[in-house]
Design a protein around this ligand. Structure first.
Ligand SMILES: *Cc1c(COP(=O)(O)O)cnc(C)c1O
Length: 233
């Protein structure tokens, strides 16, 4: 694991990239949050994030996050976001570990989370994951299908639908990323019109494509390797 000083340099670099991209897009950078993604990195990655003033942590596996969350010391009031696929049999544990689920990728999962949240008498903030690239290797709703079925979004009593999340395409470079992110922005605009929901969050952009995401209206970039170094494969 890198040192805090090394992390802080990387953090400053990422914030600079985000602010430059916002300026080029004529956007106020304060409308864009940075979610540090600490998956595969030790608990120090979480502690560094907290020390730097980042209030949220992104993890993609339930058990890994549960372990880290119980180990982390001296960082009060962190909120944890799940950003990876959630298996049904881990949904109950996910509700204990996470404050928000960004990876709601099926109506079946949404119904289960709604029921579990109701049983626990809480409201669960959620984002709907969209497979903008139509990549069969990725989870998420098909954009057209989500638009067709969008009246479902207002029927979950215990889920707070905050917006959409996507992972940019792995291939095709900057143009493909930009197109995918533009597609998510257009989709959220249509969903707002059709459902009347505010859906304020557009979670898109990672270490390699945050500029394209900010240009297309991202409100939340999820950054791992640019903050903590490369992950072991
Ligand atoms: C790992 C991961 C990220 C961060 O990826 P980097 O390229 O390391 O910034 C963002 N979002 C999701 C869903 C991830 O799984």
């Amino acid at each position: 694991m890198i040192s805090y000083n090394q992390f802080f340099q990387k953090f400053t670099g990422v914030v600079g990239r985000m602010e430059d991209a916002a300026r080029r897009a004529g956007r106020d950078p304060s409308g864009i949050s940075l979610l540090p993604v600490t998956k595969t990195h030790p608990k120090e990655a979480v502690e560094f994030s907290g020390r730097a003033g980042l209030g949220r942590i992104g993890e993609n596996r339930v058990q890994e996050a549960a372990a880290k969350r119980s180990e982390v010391r001296g960082v009060p009031d962190l909120r944890w976001d799940l950003i990876g696929h959630l298996q049904s049999n881990k949904a109950a544990l996910a509700l204990e570990v996470f404050d928000r689920i960004q990876s709601v990728d099926s109506w079946k999962l949404a119904r289960r989370l709604d029921r579990l949240a109701g049983e626990r008498n809480r409201r669960l903030p959620c984002l709907i994951q969209v497979n903008t690239a139509g990549d069969p290797r990725k989870y998420g709703f098909d954009s057209g299908q989500l638009l067709e079925d969008c009246e479902q979004l207002v029927h979950f009593e215990h889920l707070e639908m905050e917006g959409l999340m996507t992972i940019g395409p792995l291939e095709g470079g900057r143009d493909a990323a930009r197109r995918a992110f533009a597609g998510l922005r257009e989709l959220v605009e249509r969903l707002r019109q059709r459902t009347g929901l505010a859906l304020p969050e557009l979670s898109m952009g990672m270490s390699g494509d945050l500029e394209e995401a900010v240009a297309e209206g991202s409100t939340l970039i999820r950054v791992g390797s640019a903050l903590f170094g490369e992950r072991d494969p």
